[in-house]
Write a protein of this length. Sequence first.
Length: 137
Amino acid sequence: MKNNRLLVSSLVLSGVVLLLAACQPPPPEETVEERAQARWNLILENDFEESYEYYSPGYRQTVDIYAHVIDGRNRPLRYLTARVESADCEPEICKVRVYVEYRAPGAPAGLGRVTGNRTITEDWIRSGDRWWYSPPR
């Protein structure tokens, strides 16, 4: 009987530990990487209205959605792929590395068909309980 109680107690304790572990929020790197990839997916789809929702509150206070959409549609580069590679986070800011492939369709002499690629670094900031993309000024 004593062995059964010990076994039950061990199982209950194991269950509580697993439950508490499951309740922990994901590390900021994981959250930011997911949000960064979601924003890039929208940019790749030319959905600048929805991508606006990932920009920092400060950006959205100074740039209205219409200006943001026009800027996105008028950029000289068209992104073909984007893949978040990593995030390096401190308590209030993350540096996110994103590999992008792009083309400049308006380039002269057929250069608009040439593709390029590079890894860029983005700043993501925490405001309240969320992470936001903070574009360079």
